[in-house]
Design a protein around this ligand. Structure first.
Ligand code: ARG
Length: 460
């Protein structure tokens, strides 16, 4: 490791000797917080201009500082600095000389790191929510092809009631729409400007906090300097939203791993998102989906890591909080890749015609429709439930499928069945009654799809 004593100048005055080699390796963060480089430059430029507005810097001085900041390159791999803030100041001194000493007037890294992380995260939220909207749009395109396609719906992984494939896909659209909302809510808490908080007690200089906020696109300024330097709950809000979104993608992945299996045979996954086996020539494995499911655990881990780090920290800043960044970076990276992959899978998957239809026709999914028809004809629901239960038991014993019952046979089985009720043995029939908002009747699904498209257009 390079000798880093040269970098001590941000805080070296009180020390007679520099940090030990192991302490440097243990505590210095430039190898990861270099990702905040762009944010640190933007934030420092805004701070210089704010200092000029209150006369701490001359206008020309502020301009020279901003120009010098703009000319600083990304930190090289062997930069000998403690963190990104120290690196930027060192380079600023190289470029702007003594002027650079003024930029830190009233400013602490404790607020600077909050500013940089917020700026960076806000941009990442905007980027990842755009990817999320892309995934949602792909789901709607798939749903549009299948507003009327009947498949089996499951509870307990047992065939339950017929639904349309479009209705199933719109369920995921709703989950992702709430994720989108959660990311936007996290953004409103991230997007508050913390500079002017100092190390913990607030700035001793009349910095124009609102001006900095406006220049950097924040919604407003933070209210309390101790709160700023002590908390990272806004990062936890993001990690929580990211975890829930990953959980939703993981469940979609799990469904499709099952539905594309030989046992289900419903879905054909695109060649571009599947892998072969080095040994078994016939294999077409759903690795993309398995990795979506697998990466979910990493994001939960990031959330748990920061949550655990924050628990029990005394007021205000503690160096433990430097541990916020790697989990955040990890979560953003995994979420980004997973959103891209999930969209790629959705766009290249197709629903096969035979097996999902057969699953809906053969498994007595129509039992509820029959019981409800009896109930509509005046049979109290509990009795209707019993009658249909006996019909199913009898059929299972005989090996008779729903579609093999004629109207006459049905009426003969129990006179409360009318011969017309045999039409309900077709799963597409009973489905038509589920027109209450949120239900799976094809016309309701078509309306829900149109509504979902309108909603997606208004999201940003
Ligand atoms: N690298 C530090 C962090 O990420 C910056 C703040 C350092 N402040 C301090 N008092 N050591 O939290």
């Amino acid at each position: 490791m390079k000798d880093k004593t040269e970098t001590m100048k941000l805080w070296g005055g009180r020390f007679e000797s520099g940090p030990s080699e192991v302490f440097q390796r243990f505590s210095w963060s430039l190898h990861f917080d270099r990702r905040l480089f762009g944010a640190d430059i933007r934030g420092s430029q805004a701070y210089a201009r704010a200092l000029a507005r209150v006369g701490i810097l001359q206008d020309e001085e502020a301009r020279a500082i901003c120009d010098a900041l703009a000319s600083i390159p990304e930190p090289p791999a062997d930069a000998p600095d403690e963190d990104i803030h120290t690196y930027v100041i060192r380079l600023l001194k190289e470029k702007a000389g003594g002027l650079a000493d003024k930029i830190h007037t009233g400013r602490s890294r404790n607020e600077q790191v909050s500013l940089d992380t917020r700026l960076w995260l806000r941009d990442e939220i905007d980027r990842t929510t755009a990817l999320l909207r892309g995934l949602m749009s792909a789901l709607l395109d798939f749903a549009a092809k299948h507003t009327d396609t009947v498949v089996a719906g499951y509870t307990h992984v047992r065939r339950a009631q017929p639904v349309t494939w479009g209705h199933y896909l719109l369920a995921y659209f709703e989950m992702f729409a709430r994720d989108h909302e959660r990311f936007q809510q996290a953004r409103t808490r991230v997007n508050r400007m913390p500079l002017g908080s100092g190390a913990l007690a607030g700035s001793g200089f009349p910095v124009d906090r609102e001006g900095i906020a406006t220049e950097l696109g924040f919604d407003g300024v933070t209210n309390n300097s101790m709160d700023v330097t002590a908390d990272r709950d806004w990062a936890l809000d993001y990690l929580s939203a990211a975890s829930v979104c990953m959980m939703h993608m993981s469940r979609l992945a799990e469904d499709w791993i099952l539905y594309s299996s030989d046992e289900f045979g419903w879905l054909e996954l695109g060649d571009g998102v599947t892998s072969g086996s080095s040994l078994m020539p016939q294999k077409k494995n759903p690795d993309s989906l398995e990795l979506i499911r697998g990466k979910c655990g990493r994001v939960f881990g990031a959330y748990t890591a920061l949550f655990t780090t924050m628990k029990g920290l005394p007021m205000t800043y503690n160096r433990d909080m430097q541990e916020d960044k790697e989990p955040l970076f990890e979560a953003v990276d995994q979420l980004t890749m997973t959103l891209e992959m999930a969209r790629g899978v959705v766009e290249t998957t197709s629903l096969k015609a035979g097996p999902p239809q057969a699953a809906a026709e053969e498994g007595w999914l129509v039992a509820t429709d029959l019981a409800e028809a009896l109930s509509r004809a005046g049979v109290p629901f509990h009795q209707a439930h019993q009658v249909v239960g006996r019909l199913v038991l009898d059929s299972v014993k005989q090996g008779k499928k729903p579609g093999e019952w004629t109207g006459e046979e049905l009426h003969a089985f129990d006179a409360r069945f009318t011969p017309q009720m045999a039409a309900l043995m077709n799963p597409a029939e009973g489905m038509k009654t589920r027109i209450a908002r949120g239900g799976t009747a094809p016309e309701t699904v078509r309306a829900a799809l149109a509504e979902a498209r309108r909603r997606l257009e208004t999201m940003s």
